[in-house]
Design a protein around this ligand. Structure first.
Ligand SMILES: [Zn+2]
Length: 483
């Protein structure tokens, strides 16, 4: 029997607001422990929460960017549970009446067709504090400390729909996560740095016989530290559940943990042990009213999204899809590219040099593209010089290297270092003649009508000039002499 997987994500995303969700404490990743705290975010008696307007606007923006319906009224609820990182004994979250519902994110399905993965809801909630143990290994720790800096930092929870177009394979799951993260970064809602805990995923997965409408029991896998781990966990779960089903057993409805070393999932708790959060509306917060004017003004602030950008790269700039995908992965990268493209006369070459050469230098320098000394304008000038034959590829690479270390424009480097290609026929004459006389057999071949070895001769001259000759001029000189 063939089985299909049903995969759903619950993703928590830390918003890029300056202050926390219900107080004015700053949101800061690497502050000294318990620096950014106040009576509200540490749950002192009598302290009252006040909603951060920017966090609400970001939530609405996330909803609009993923085709959600924005509810006119939204409500906050208390999710009750006890854990030392939760000072109030409850988390302020949303239960009924979330801000956004019924959206989608378009990916390419396994059949090659566009597939809109259903988003059930996006809601706003507060983060918990962070436990720091006295030892790296929890079981060996003598004591634990709590850092409340993260307590009440605004989080989006984005939940996909298990009935409306869930993901059906590891490939679809990976695409969904990448696309979601890309949209959130493009809109500026979050930096989504996984290592900083700004983008955290829980996933649940069940299997059912292909064609069946019923759902199997779900395994939820929590707290995975990278996309790689999520994909490994899903792959493992598909194998594990399939094996159970094939031997006539039913996978249990349970929460499982991913073991990073062994790359397997292990049981954590069954459904019977699942906590009952006793949600109820938070009496300290009034219902939020969201007006049409507010929605429209946020809609106007949404920048070009990844799909629109991709379309622009392939249709307006005529860049091949594979290259456009790389360029549009990150908004800072596509911004740099677009600025260069405005000044460049040879876009296909710009795209190739961007991906093959500039990226290599960026990788080696471990800087982000907005921090490199090379400006988009200078990069465009370099590519223009190459396409006008003013620079050979070899020399252009060393010029780019110097642009990277000095930040100077290419023209300045070329003049200062005497790197202008040798175009003077008088200078090249001796070398060209020498190459021709030492390859008389090849010259004969060309004279008999076989033009293929012409490039070999050009290459010989380039070698002797260490790439400094203008290849176009050399070719013309050789052609003149052999014809
Ligand atoms: Zn506070």
């Amino acid at each position: 029997m063939e089985y299909e997987a049903i995969i759903c994500f619950e993703t928590h995303v830390e918003l890029r607001t300056r202050s926390k969700l219900f107080c004015s404490c700053p949101v800061q990743y690497d502050a000294e422990p318990n620096r950014n705290v106040c009576p509200v975010c540490t749950g002192q008696p009598g302290a009252l929460p006040v909603l951060n307007r920017k966090a609400l606007e970001f939530t609405i923006m996330a909803g609009l960017a993923t085709g959600c319906r924005i509810n006119k009224r939204a409500r906050f609820a208390r999710k009750n549970y006890f854990y030392p990182d939760l000072p109030k004994g409850y988390q302020i979250s949303q239960y009924e009446m979330p801000v956004c519902e019924n959206g989608y994110i378009i990916i390419t399905g396994d059949d090659g067709e566009p597939y809109p993965v259903g988003i059930k809801r996006i809601h706003l909630e507060e983060d918990a504090g962070k436990l720091v143990h006295s030892s790296d290994s929890f079981s060996e720790a003598e004591f634990s400390m709590v850092d409340y800096n993260r307590s009440s930092v605004p989080l989006l929870e984005i939940v996909t729909d298990h009935e409306r177009n869930p993901m059906r394979s590891v490939n679809e799951a990976r695409q969904y996560l990448e696309k979601l993260r890309q949209i959130l970064i493009y809109t500026g809602i979050s930096d989504c740095i996984i290592e900083k805990g700004q983008f955290r995923c829980d996933v649940n997965i069940s299997l059912r016989p292909k064609g069946s409408r019923e759902f199997g029991n779900r395994a939820e896998i929590k707290n995975m530290a990278s996309f790689r781990f999520i994909m490994d966990a899903l792959q493992f779960e598909i194998r594990r559940q399939k094996r159970l089903l094939e031997t006539g057993k039913r996978p249990g409805q349970e929460t499982r943990l991913f073991d990073e070393q062994k790359r397997i999932t292990i049981p954590m708790r069954s459904k019977e042990d699942a906590p009952d959060y006793r949600y109820f509306p938070d009496p300290d917060l009034v219902e939020v009213e969201i007006s049409d004017e507010m929605i429209e003004s946020i809609r106007e602030q949404i920048p070009e999204l990844p799909d629109q950008k991709l379309k622009k790269m392939t249709e307006t700039f005529g860049i091949p899809m594979a290259e456009a995908v790389i360029i549009t992965k990150d908004p800072k990268v596509s911004e740099f590219f677009e600025k260069s493209a405005l000044k460049c006369k040879d876009i296909p070459r710009l795209s190739k040099w961007f991906i093959n050469e500039l990226f290599r230098f960026i990788k080696e320098s471990s800087l982000t593209i907005d921090k490199i000394p090379v400006t988009p304008e200078n990069f465009a000038s370099l590519v223009n010089m190459i396409s006008q034959g003013e620079l050979t590829d070899t020399i252009a690479r060393s010029v780019l290297e110097k642009m990277f270390s000095t930040g100077s424009p290419p023209e300045e480097i070329v003049d200062k270092e005497g790197l202008r290609p040798i175009e003077d026929e008088k200078v090249l004459e001796e070398i060209v003649d020498d190459v021709l006389s030492s390859h008389s057999d090849i010259v004969k071949q060309i004279k008999e009508g076989d033009r293929k070895p012409l490039n070999f001769l050009v290459g010989q001259v380039m070698r002797r000039t260490r790439g400094k000759a203008n290849a176009r001029v050399v070719k013309e000189m050789i052609e003149k002499r052999v014809s």
